[in-house]
Design a protein around this ligand. Structure first.
Ligand code: XMP
Length: 618
């Protein structure tokens, strides 16, 4: 039976991989191509989805080139946001900026006669995010939804071409899944024959085909991704040829390396090597673009930290390989990189236009070069996080690993906010901040701090300042502080994260102090993180951890508790205290940190969603 598949043409939107995941959830294979793909390459696909993107179809410089013949293939097409505008323009309509700019959730009315909305309610809550819009409808197209002056859905039923201005792929579009299903099953006529068992078998076949009787190294971090990677290799190959290496970079969570190694042994891995490489990671400078960078203990920039750690990882693996008499430059190595990780780092294999938000450590340059040589085996290339958990269960990996919360490869390094003491905040920014606080703060006060963290705003990476807000200690009104967390980043262009101080009502001026990675700081963070995760790792929280900050009003260290509730880690919101997370539990954490760590001054709770912040601070 031929596997059904849909082509996703990437126009640079951050949600391209969410489209990918939604299609795969429907048991249909998907492949992502750059929008410039030729029509020839799309033969054999049963549907095409054009993603959203930051460009503008009506400009010469920001319109993305595409092959017009993709519309002559007689394959159904769904265009989302930029994709819809491209369709409209291609078929002779007009797209213009500024007819109306809409960002955020909206309620629209849809025509349920349109096959895309078949069986759905007339009133739909959708996520809209666009500056341009259709000003004049392409001839032959009908309108299935409008909001005020804007065409929200256009379609040509005979040619099976559909365009939606909103984003059906994200959870904020409440019935988006049903709309996607109408396209995939109804309009494209697919049945969903790409089931998990077949996909596991495909992964195993691919590994066998590539590696054969050769030896292979697999890097295991302890997360579910690398556990699945190792388990697939053991299943696919002669277990004697599989060498699992666990590198303890000194930035792991409490007791994690012990747990990891125990679990791997239970999975039948014969050759397990544990490298305790803290000294190397902390003390080795690395050459990046011809310049010597580091060592890690001197860096503040998050991307440099990631790159240095990524590079040293490879150096350590190389040494380990040599000690096993393997030539690293000729030996296969496996990684548990997931599809979305490859998309997010702007990897040209997967997405050509997406903005690089963070470099994923298993996608640094050296990995890309090895990939070009065909030596990297990405066993999980075909799966998103929730799918890899299903695969783990199907392979018999124990539940504690299958459902384990994600932990970034660079570990605690990116949760320790390093700072060199420079304050680049301008007087104007302080004034604007104080004015904003007066407008949106209500009974709460706030301070803007000279330390920055990473965010994602309007499809782009941001590196902006943190605001600490306070006023009621544990007697806060969640709705109010959450609102402030939304408003400050929205209404300024220099803040992307807001944290509420839980353990104090009044806070003297907060100072920032230089801080770098060292054993002592990492140990401190590790211990506090164990308290935070030990108590707050409950459903429905997708990820929870502690962040160490170099700020304080009466001490040099503070802590932020970060929680996130998300399906795909692309967008998400903090756990609402009092709703998702019992207040008593949070108070216990605060009390325990206060009792055990007198050096910690402020204990904050990150109240920012993604966007505008990212999950990790760095
Ligand atoms: P962000 O911070 O990008 O995180 O919103 C989304 C998810 O990805 C994890 N993450 C990483 N995982 N290496 C990893 O293996 C990394 O460099 C990395 N950065 C972020 C993060 O923990 C969250 O689950």
């Amino acid at each position: 039976m031929e596997i059904e598949k849909i082509a996703i043409l990437d126009c640079g939107g951050q949600y391209t991989k969410v489209i990918d995941r939604k299609v795969r959830e429907m048991n249909v294979k998907s492949e992502i191509f750059p929008i410039g793909v030729t029509a020839d390459q799309l033969q054999g696909f049963q549907g095409i989805i054009l993603s959203g993107g930051p460009g503008s179809v009506w400009t010469e410089d920001k319109a993305l080139p595409y092959d017009p013949a993709i519309f002559d293939l007689k394959i159904p097409v769904l265009g989302i946001c930029y994709g819809m505008q491209l369709i409209n323009q291609h078929f002779g309509g007009v797209v213009l900026p500024g007819v109306k700019t809409e960002y955020g959730e909206m309620v629209i009315k849809v025509d349920t006669e349109c096959p895309l909305f078949k069986g759905l309610d007339e009133t739909q809550r959708v996520l809209m995010s666009h500056g341009d819009s259709v000003a004049q409808l392409a001839p032959g197209f009908k309108v299935a939804a409008k909001s005020e002056a804007i065409y929200v859905t256009i379609y040509d039923e005979d040619r099976k071409i559909y365009g939606v201005q909103f984003h059906p792929e994200v959870d904020l579009t409440v019935q988006g899944k049903a709309m996607m299903a109408n396209f995939v099953y109804g309009i494209c006529g697919l049945s969903g024959n790409y089931v998990l068992e077949d996909r596991i078998q495909t992964a195993i076949d691919k590994i066998r085909e590539k590696v054969g009787d050769e030896k292979i190294l697999v890097l295991v971090s302890g997360g579910v991704d690398s556990a699945v990677s190792a388990a697939l290799l053991v299943k696919a190959l002669n277990p004697d040829n599989v060498y699992a290496i666990h590198i303890d970079h000194g930035l792991m969570r409490k007791n994690e390396s012990d747990l990891v190694c125990e679990n791997l042994r239970r999975q039948g891995l014969k050759n397990l090597i544990r490298e305790n490489a803290t000294e190397v990671f902390f003390n080795t400078p690395v050459e990046i673009d011809g310049k010597l960078v580091g060592p890690l203990t001197t860096l503040t920039d998050p991307e440099l930290k990631r790159n240095v750690i990524g590079d040293i990882f490879i150096q350590v693996v190389r040494k380990t390989a040599e000690s096993l008499n393997l030539d690293f430059d000729k030996t296969f190595w496996a990684q548990g990189t997931l599809r979305p990780d490859l998309i997010e780092s702007g990897n040209p294999d997967v997405s050509s236009y997406a903005h690089r938000i963070k470099t994923h450590h298993n996608d640094v340059d050296i990995v890309r070069r090895a990939r070009e040589k065909g030596l990297v085996v990405e066993t999980n290339w075909d799966w998103h996080k929730d799918e890899v958990r299903q695969v783990a269960r199907a392979l018999g990996i124990e539940e504690s690993v299958a459902s384990r919360q994600p932990f970034p490869g660079p570990g605690l390094a990116i949760r320790l906010i390093c700072y060199d003491g420079t304050n680049n905040l301008t007087q104007e920014q302080y004034v604007t901040f104080n004015q904003m606080m007066q407008q949106v703060g209500g009974e709460y006060q706030g301070q803007i701090l000279p330390i920055q963290s990473v965010g994602v705003q309007g499809d782009c990476r941001s590196y902006r300042y943190l605001s600490a807000i306070y006023g009621a200690g544990m007697n806060f009104d969640w709705e109010q502080i959450y609102q402030i967390g939304k408003q400050l980043p929205n209404e300024t262009n220099f803040i992307n994260r807001v944290a509420y101080v839980l353990n104090k009502t009044a806070v003297a001026p907060i100072q920032a102090y230089p801080m770098y990675i060292n054993m002592e700081n990492v140990d401190l963070l590790r211990e506090i993180d164990a308290i935070v995760t030990g108590k707050l790792n409950i459903k429905p929280i997708s990820q929870v951890f502690a962040v160490l900050l170099p700020v304080g009003a009466s001490g040099k260290f503070s802590v932020a508790i970060r929680t996130i509730i998300t399906n795909d880690f692309m967008t998400g919101r903090p756990a609402f205290i009092g709703e998702d997370l019992p207040k008593e539990l949070v108070m216990e954490v605060v009390r325990e940190i206060e009792a055990n760590f007198p050096q910690i001054d402020l204990i904050m709770y990150d109240v920012t969603g993604k966007p505008p912040a990212t999950v990790e601070w760095q």
